[in-house]
Ligand binder design. Structure first.
Ligand SMILES: [Zn+2]
Length: 63
């Protein structure tokens, strides 16, 4: 196990409801690197996560 591998984060550890929806929609269960629980997770290196992050940044900073 290396630190450069996937960094999954689970529905409980994301704050934004849009992330929660995205993660539960992926249906991907794994160990969360944040809380060490087995739950629905998203790989923070995945396209879905990056796209969502970009969208949220635009949303928050373009008012
Ligand atoms: Zn977690």
């Amino acid at each position: 196990m290396t630190e450069e591998e996937n960094i999954p984060i689970c529905v409980n550890c994301v704050k934004d409801v849009r992330y929660k929806k995205l993660i539960s929609g992926l249906n991907n269960i794994d160990l969360c690197t944040c809380c060490q629980d087995k739950n629905y997770v998203i790989d923070t290196d995945s396209n879905e996560f990056i796209q969502m992050t970009k969208a949220l940044i635009r949303y928050h900073y373009n008012e």
